[in-house]
Write a protein that binds this ligand. Structure first.
Ligand SMILES: C[S@@+](CC[C@H](N)C(=O)[O-])C[C@H]1O[C@@H](n2cnc3c(N)ncnc32)[C@H](O)[C@@H]1O
Length: 206
């Protein structure tokens, strides 16, 4: 793991203590509905990248075969506690999304929620998703990105260093552009909140 990745990983180890508490208001008002909607689209053998404290675990159907990875052992520790109580078909592994241990074409679907704001080298991570997802497989992402509105986008650029240093997440990532740079096309984007929170659906064609 390079030094920058290690720095962000440690930041999430620290944030793990307060993550669920800080996210609670947004979770109740908006995210729970969006998670439901995104998870409904998953099928077959599923990989969740950046599983964090396990906020999606409640929403997975009992029979869905899910593997979740995260590079932060402390975030993953919280997810493991939740998974134990759920009795679902979920395997959790500590792994860097930028260099996954899975073989090519392992998964039918890949899911991320609020992850590609923080993966240190997003294009590397997205290329890995492309590799481990089967040809014709589904990639479903719920991600916040930089607004393309002039004032809002500029404010997000100005405040980005503060967000990265405190939380580990960038608020000005251009994830749809990064997906194209990683080799994806066939990308369907739906705005969930302003032009900032997006549901992204991709058919993996390679
Ligand atoms: C903002 S949290 C989102 C967690 C969860 N997906 C959710 O919806 O609450 C981002 C997560 O991505 C993880 N992450 C960031 N970069 C990663 C990488 N390179 N490999 C694995 N996990 C990573 C972080 O450790 C953190 O748990």
């Amino acid at each position: 793991m390079d030094r920058h990745t290690e720095k962000i990983r440690k930041r999430y180890d620290r944030v793990s203590k307060v993550y669920d508490f800080l996210e609670k208001p947004m979770e109740k008002s908006k995210f729970s509905k969006w998670r439901d909607m995104a998870i409904e689209k998953l099928e077959g053998k599923v990989l969740e990248v950046g599983v964090g404290t396990g906020k999606n675990l409640d929403y997975y159907p009992k029979d869905l075969n899910v593997t979740g990875i995260d590079f932060s052992s402390k975030m993953l520790g919280k997810a493991r506690k939740k998974a134990k109580l759920l009795n679902k078909n979920i395997t959790l592994i500590q792994m860097d999304a930028q260099k996954m241990d899975f073989d090519d074409n392992t998964f039918d679907s890949v899911y991320t929620s609020c992850v590609f704001c923080s993966v240190p080298d997003p294009i590397k991570g997205l290329k890995e998703i492309r590799r481990v997802c089967k040809n014709g497989g589904k990639i479903i992402m719920m991600e916040h990105v930089r607004s393309e509105k002039k004032v809002l986008g500029t404010l997000m650029d100005i405040f980005n260093p503060l967000a990265v240093n405190s939380y580990g997440a960038n608020i000005n990532r251009r994830t749809v552009e990064n997906l194209k740079k990683a080799g994806f096309d066939n990308i369907k984007v739906t705005d969930l909140w302003l032009d900032i929170v997006k549901l992204i659906e991709i058919k993996n064609e390679k």
